[in-house]
Design a protein around this ligand. Structure first.
Ligand code: 3PG
Ligand code: MG
Length: 405
């Protein structure tokens, strides 16, 4: 991969800067329930505007599948950005066409304009060259700050970058630098904690991590499959019975790579997955046939936290148990709090992200105590899988052959 050009390499004054953001924030009953993605984008908008750019913000929102879906409009988000940025943010209910072109032409230096959901057009997800060119004509340069959408080769993440000098925004830069701290050039020993329900969705990720980390902690229902694959009776626990051979192959590959795999040695079991269901603790060798595993047990918590003390870097993805329901959140909370304490005292760098991870860390009250928490779900996972993300590849020097419009 070539080197990334950042805002340090751009003089944006007087330029129309097309800025790809990821404003795909969670919404319930019309209210944004988590503004993290908006908040983390603000420094880039603010820097560009302060330097005299005309900032034109592009984003997708949800999955309208090429149609105009009114409740997936970005209109309400413009107001949130405006309030947080303490600047006016203009909004046009389209992302291409005459109305947009006029709004862009009217835009003055330092002003910010948000365009409507790019996924209202089929050309977005199809990465249609014509649609990309229409977007690209709105700007003089392209800045991509949407790391969390960089695994999508869409018109506004990839196609536009073919036509304009392209740069990484500050959030993109921070995400990539955190991931490189974690996996490309980590302080060793480095560990990864991977939880969640299914091995099948995390196979590539585990395969890639085994070659890079010294210790791999496996938790969540995924650990049940590994235990069962080794002949442990796991009662009624959730598992993927068709993945036993794969699980054994992973353990063999780990041994070949000198990667220590840590599985639960004791577990919290219950008859049902229900809030406050009566539960008890047993060794993994003693799981009764009529019970299911819902969390890692206290000995496992001690084992993991002891090993964390020897690490310099930790990558965290996924919960260790069914943390959404008490009391099956104990292992996730205890281990997250230990990682946070070690991180705060400077002994450990913890980089977290992907899927349920942020809600698990928030539940443990430590989301602000990690070295870095990614704003990305799928993109973070694909990066851990070792994949090249199209939205990033196109930003690198090697790909900077601008196709004239
Ligand atoms: C995300 O939230 O994962 C990104 O915004 C990408 O959205 P998508 O998964 O709908 O492509
Ligand atoms: Mg996604």
């Amino acid at each position: 991969m070539g080197t990334l050009r950042t805002l340090n390499h751009l003089s944006p004054e007087g330029k129309r800067v097309l800025l790809r953001a990821d404003l795909n924030v969670p919404v319930r009953d019309g209210q944004v329930t988590d503004t993290t993605r908006i908040d983390r984008l603000l420094p880039t908008i603010d820097e560009l505007a302060r330097k005299g750019a005309r900032v034109i913000v592009l984003s997708h929102f949800d999955r309208p599948k090429g149609k105009v879906v009114p409740h997936m409009s970005l209109g309400p988000i413009a107001e949130i950005i405006s309030a947080r940025l303490k600047r006016d943010v203009h909004f046009v209910p389209n992302c291409i066409g005459p109305e947009v072109e006029q709004a862009v032409a009217r835009l003055k230096d330092t002003e910010v304009l948000l365009l409507e959901n790019t996924r209202f057009y089929e050309g977005e997800e199809a990465n249609d060259p014509e649609f990309s060119a229409m977007l690209a004509r709105l700007g003089d340069v392209f800045v991509n700050d949407a790391f969390s959408a960089a695994h999508r080769a869409h018109a506004s993440t990839e196609g536009v970058a073919r036509h304009l000098p392209s740069f990484a925004g500050r959030l993109m830069e921070a995400e990539l630098s955190a991931l490189s701290t974690a996996l490309e050039n980590p302080d060793r020993p480095v560990g990864a904690l991977i939880g969640g329900a299914k091995i099948s969705t995390k196979l590539d990720l585990i395969g890639n991590l085994l070659e890079k980390v010294d210790v791999l902690f496996i938790g969540g229902a995924m650990a049940n499959t590994f235990l069962a694959a080794q002949g442990v009776a796991i009662g009624k626990s959730l598992q993927e019975a068709d993945m036993h051979e794969t699980a054994r192959d992973i353990l063999t590959k780990a041994r070949e790579n000198n990667c220590e795999v840590v599985l639960p040695v004791d577990v919290v079991i219950a008859e049902k997955f229900e809030k406050n269901a009566p539960s008890s603790v047993c060794k993994t060798s003693d799981i009764p046939g009529d019970k299911m595993v819902l969390d890692a047990g206290p000995e496992t918590i001690s084992l993991i936290t002891a090993k964390l003390k020897d690490l310099k870097t930790l990558v965290w993805n996924g919960p260790l148990g069914a943390f959404e329901i008490a009391p099956f959140d104990k292992a996730t909370v205890a281990v997250a709090q230990e990682a946070a304490a070690l991180t705060k005292s400077g002994e450990l760098k913890t980089i977290a992200g992907g899927g349920d991870t942020v809600s698990a860390l928030r539940h443990a009250g430590v989301v602000h105590d990690m070295t870095y928490v990614s704003t990305a779900g799928g993109a973070f996972l694909e990066w851990l899988e070792g994949k090249l993300l199209p939205g990033i590849t196109i930003l690198t020097d090697a790909a900077q052959h601008v196709i004239p419009l």
